[in-house]
Write a protein that binds this ligand. Structure first.
Ligand code: NDP
Ligand code: 8X3
Length: 260
């Protein structure tokens, strides 16, 4: 039977990699994000490469009315959503609490917490009705241990962790699995967005490390989604080889050399 996945933030990074992987496996993919031009390009690419059905919905997860409208439109084309990946999110800035930019705080809270909630509020009732579903929330190692200057971003990812736990409890009777995937450092557009387009500063984050790749996260989502229906991975925290957690990592060149 035809299966479907809705990925928020599919114009880049983890979301794009996830939509692409599931398209490759014949899923109907619903790709979303604010940048309509990117959605159009991805839609074209996935249809050409994999011949799958693609539905592109451009909306801002922060705007409740836009989310409601987009999902109402989607329901006219698709009655079942097997998988929802709540991935759209960002960090904006990196500073102490006394110097933080309150607009950045609003952006992070509105996107990472409220946006995730608005989308879930529309999709969870569909899953409840259909009697099955799988929700992935993209958290972060930043939602496990707070790091210096990470304050508000970390708080949003702690909230994602709490919401994942709450959603799993609430949706338990309806056969809906809920998993949080908590990546560490991964090279996407994340750092460029955090540093407001400062590509050099963003690049320096990954100097002398081999960060995670967006495909690593897509592979984990694919893995969890293909476990037997009785299995629900609650929480998956994943880092690259040189990172232990959100506060401790080493440079690649500092790795011990094998004894000859
Ligand atoms: P990217 O910047 O590459 O992708 C972010 C995606 O989110 C884009 O598709 C963007 O689309 C979308 N997005 C952002 N704001 C909104 C909005 N208001 N409405 C709709 N879509 C939005 O970063 P990543 O792939 O790295 O980030 C994905 C998730 O992973 C985020 O939640 C992030 O916090 C998390 N994460 C990232 C890590 C990393 O090191 N990269 C590590 C741990 C977690 P558009 O701009 O077109 O709207
Ligand atoms: C993104 C990874 O380390 O910048 O969640 O917080 S980190």
């Amino acid at each position: 039977m035809e299966k479907s996945i809705l990925v928020t933030g599919a114009t880049s990074g983890f979301g794009k990699a996830t939509a692409t992987l599931f398209a490759k496996h014949g899923y109907t993919v619903v790709i979303t994000g604010r940048r309509a031009d990117r959605l159009q390009d991805l839609e074209k690419e996935l249809i050409e490469k994999y011949g799958c059905k693609v539905i592109a919905l451009a909306f801002d997860v922060r705007v409740k009315k836009q989310v409601e409208h987009a999902i109402a439109e989607l329901k006219k084309q698709l009655t079942v959503i097997d998988i929802l990946v709540n991935n759209a999110g960002l960090a904006a800035g990196l500073s102490t609490i006394d110097e933080g930019d309150t607009e950045d705080w609003d952006t992070m809270i509105d996107t990472n917490i409220k946006g995730l909630l608005y989308v879930t509020r529309q999709v969870a009732p569909m899953m409840k009705k259909q009697g099955h579903g799988y929700i992935f929330n993209i958290g972060s190692t930043a939602g496990k241990i707070v790091y210096k200057n990470g304050n508000v971003y970390c708080a949003t990812k702690y909230a994602v962790d709490a919401l994942t736990q709450g959603m799993r409890i609430d949706l338990l009777p309806y056969g809906i699995r809920v998993t949080s995937i908590n990546p560490g450092m991964a090279e996407t557009e994340f750092a460029v967005v955090r540093f407001k387009g400062d590509v050099q500063r963003a690049k320096s984050v990954y100097d002398d490390v081999h960060p995670l790749n967006p495909n690593d996260i897509a592979d984990l989502i694919w893995y969890c989604a293909n476990l037997p229906a009785r299995v629900c991975v609650n929480d998956l925290t994943v880092t690259c080889l040189t990172q232990a957690n959100s506060v401790y990592s080493i440079k690649d060149s500092d790795r011990a050399k094998p004894v000859a």
